[in-house]
Ligand binder design. Structure first.
Ligand code: UGA
Length: 429
């Protein structure tokens, strides 16, 4: 199939690349000229495991192109995917101006039947607005269908999630685009669900909110575990083996962050409000999440008492492992809070340090994770990078003035840490 992807952010770039990988002819469009130049020269503007090789391979095979021109993308393709940002506004609602702009650009470039697919996360009923906008701005008699096809990839695992999706959701207003959409996704061998457009749009917000709810639920259980002397990981295992619940997304910690869950929760609460439902359950999910950070900070101040003039080593800045993304990262929030209390920080993240510099200009960046603890009063783990589990605990213990670790991601075994002589505080254990 001939496909255009408008927007080369995380979703657009990975989607376009994976479509090319399964044999489709793909044009990726971005309004940022510098970004397009980088991509044309073989550079990748984000860190995403496996992506760079796949981009290079498909560019070399002639299946993947990059351009600045929406018109070129639309004219070269039968199906046009919209994958532009839908950022939050101060009141929690979604800024749909990029979607509207792109809908107008697509409309202006259409000369024959096109399928216009929305992949960005949008409020329910956005498909209706996109349809109205295209109708208004396209030349008379050009036919088109609007489809909602939400994306469920996780940053850091995006290529795997896209190549092997749990499901593909296709929301349509008529049967006409269904065959083409099925053809696009047939190579991925995933269950395909065809729904109406409003349901497809809701599936995305309902899925992300449910996952966020699972995390807040286990964080609340973690707090009970701490008070009652139980172990949240054992509880998570015990409940997660029930297939109806599932073990994934039951890892307690300092809370969820990133560019999706916090924004999508606020948006879904707002959308619910607009249709006349007060989604109090999701407000509580948000509250538990922000409280989780406060509780962890309190754990640090309860032990170290005064943070002013203390030196603290921090492992982790990205909002989760396998990514360089520091947007709405709980780790960055935590650092900012400790800085505010007067602490000096030595920080390390395997991929997130470059992007963190703008948010945390006044900390010491350390290239080697094993050198972070040098001269510090305590060590904090803020992101669940697997490689932190390989930290040289003997060296770290010697480097610290006191062997104190606050593990916000439960990476180490409390009994083992105690045996090694650490004062070790984690979450819910
Ligand atoms: C999330 C969803 O998982 C994807 O399915 C969805 O497509 C994506 O949002 C999106 O809407 O674009 P992502 O934000 O990349 O993906 O990251 P997750 O792996 O979901 O992690 C989000 C946050 O939750 C991270 O801060 C992570 O540390 C935290 N988390 C995750 C926990 O605290 N505990 C867990 O058990 C799992």
């Amino acid at each position: 199939m001939k496909l255009a992807i408008i927007g080369t952010g995380y979703v657009g770039l990975v989607t376009g690349t994976c479509f090319a990988e399964v044999g489709h002819q793909v044009v990726c469009v971005d309004s940022d000229a510098a970004k397009v130049k980088t991509l044309q020269a073989g550079g990748i503007p984000i860190y995403e495991p496996g992506l760079e090789e796949l981009v290079k391979k498909n560019v070399a095979a002639g299946r993947l192109q990059f351009t600045n021109s929406t018109a070129e993308g639309v004219q070269k393709s039968d199906v046009v995917f919209i994958a532009v940002p839908t950022p939050p506004q101060p009141d929690g609602s979604v800024d749909l101006s990029y979607i509207e702009r792109v809908a107008r650009d697509i409309a202006g470039a259409m000369t024959g039947y096109k399928i216009v697919v929305d992949k960005s996360t949008v409020p329910v009923k956005t498909g209706e607005k996109v349809t109205e906008t295209i109708k208004r701005y396209c030349a008379a008699k050009v036919e088109f269908d609007v489809v909602s096809n939400p994306e469920f990839l996780r940053e850091g695992f995006a290529v795997g999630d896209l190549m092997k999706p749990d499901r593909v959701v296709i929301g349509v207003g008529s049967q006409r685009p269904v065959a083409a959409m099925r053809e696009i996704y047939t190579p991925f061998n995933a269950p395909i669900i065809v729904t109406d457009i409003n349901s497809a749009e809701l599936i995305k917000h309902a899925a992300n909110s449910f996952l966020a709810l699972k995390i807040s639920y286990i964080n609340a259980i973690a707090n009970i575990c701490e008070a009652a002397g139980a172990n949240v990981q054992e509880v998570a295992q015990g409940i997660g083996l029930d297939e109806r619940i599932g073990r994934r997304f039951l890892n307690a910690g300092i809370g969820f962050g990133g560019s999706c869950f916090p924004k999508d929760l606020s948006a879904f609460i707002k959308i619910s409000e607009q249709v006349g439902y007060d989604f109090k359950l999701l407000k509580e999910v948000q509250r538990i999440n922000s409280d989780q950070m406060e509780r962890f900070l309190k754990k640090i101040t309860d032990t170290l008492w005064v943070l002013k003039d203390k030196k603290i080593g921090v492992l982790g800045l990205a909002f989760k492992q396998n990514t360089d993304d520091v947007r709405s990262s709980p780790a960055i929030d935590l650092c900012q809070r400790m800085l505010k209390e007067g602490a000096a920080l030595r920080v390390h993240d395997p991929k997130g340090m470059d992007k963190a510099r703008a948010l945390l200009p006044d900390v010491t960046y350390v290239e080697d994770m094993n050198a972070v603890a040098e001269g510090c009063d305590a060590l904090v783990v803020a992101t669940e990078w697997d490689e932190f589990k390989k930290l040289d605990l003997v060296r770290a213990k010697k480097s610290l003035t006191h062997p104190i670790m606050f593990d916000g991601r439960n990476l180490f075994d409390p009994a083992e840490m105690e045996k090694l002589g650490w004062i070790y505080k984690s979450v819910g254990r």
